[in-house]
Design a protein around this ligand. Structure first.
Ligand SMILES: [Zn+2]
Length: 301
């Protein structure tokens, strides 16, 4: 029984996950980064104890998936926008001391990739890329069953490859990154600006709904979203030709994969692109938590 911790911008979720990837109990709390690290750690500790009690389980290890920047092998937090007071803190060491078990930490994109590869849509795939599209674009790469890491075992930022150098400015320093063009907020910003800046402030979910009702401008926004999403996926197929790309996140619930494939088919002619399967993530709303548990398995088993 693994204690799983998913640390995100709006909430921290904690759960007990068995060795088949099933969530036996879970609890959530708003992230509340402004309250400081000690408060966050205390909440995580008490939620883990309560979840273990609910599940009638003894925790034999703890896995953490967190929005980056984190250092998986020291356990330290780096510069995370919404957790400024956590910088330099080490929940891995602190939780090891409290629970007396081994603890493993990864970026949440990598955690979800590991979860989908072990227990979800990507089961049994040797070359797998996981992508989540919501307010940002994150992901993880699995090659030959192992998590791909960069220099210093760093986490590659797939969402920041440039799609259109004349596109909107991105937080990373470039313009027109995949994340600046194909997220829900990017779609909403385009929808607003397409009406000469006078468009309504609608979220991606509402724009998808309007498009289904036949609204022409909303349909253009969805077409544009699909196009940029597909361009980024085409780049990944061209670079890696993976067995499968697993797609998760709120935006993916409303995108037609056959339309994505039509865009990919316009290029990619020098690789067997049609052999790369596109699949929706299958672990559902607990995907991050299940992925966090898998982080422990991947590190220690
Ligand atoms: Zn960027």
């Amino acid at each position: 029984m693994i204690g799983a911790i998913d640390i995100g911008g709006t909430k921290i979720a904690v759960g007990i996950v068995d060795d088949g990837g099933a969530v036996l109990a879970k609890l959530e709390s708003p992230t509340r980064g402004e309250r400081g690290y000690a408060d966050g750690l205390a909440r995580i500790t008490s939620m883990l104890r309560e979840a273990a009690q609910k599940a009638g389980a003894e925790i034999s290890g703890i896995g953490i998936g967190s929005t980056g920047w984190v250092y998986p092998f020291t356990g330290e937090f780096g510069d995370v926008d919404f957790l400024p007071t956590w910088k330099g803190c080490n929940p891995v060491k602190d939780l090891e001391r409290v629970f007396n078990v081994r603890v493993a930490l990864e970026n949440d994109g990598d955690a979800s990739a590991l979860g989908e590869a072990a227990w979800g849509a990507g089961r049994g795939k040797q070359r797998l890329i996981y992508i989540t599209v919501g307010t940002g674009i994150g992901g993880g790469i699995i090659l030959d069953g192992q998590l791909y890491r960069g220099v210093d075992r760093s986490h590659p930022e797939i969402g920041h490859h440039v799609i259109d150098a004349s596109g909107p400015a991105c937080t990373c320093g470039f313009r027109g990154c995949w994340e600046a063009l194909a997220t829900g907020p990017a779609m909403a910003a385009w929808y607003k600006s397409s009406a000469g800046g006078n468009g309504a402030n609608l979220g991606a979910k509402e724009i998808f709904q309007l498009a289904r009702e036949g609204d022409a401008r909303a349909r253009s926004a969805v077409e544009r979203e699909t196009y940029y999403l597909a361009l980024g996926l085409a780049n990944l197929i061209g670079l890696f030709v993976p067995d499968m790309i697993v797609l998760g996140g709120s935006v993916m619930k409303s995108i037609a994969l056959e339309d994505v494939r039509k865009v990919i088919a316009q290029g990619c002619r020098f690789v067997p692109w049609e052999k790369t399967q596109l699949a929706l993530a299958s672990l559902g709303e607990d995907a991050n938590l299940i992925g966090a548990a898998r982080v422990w398995h991947h590190r220690y088993l």
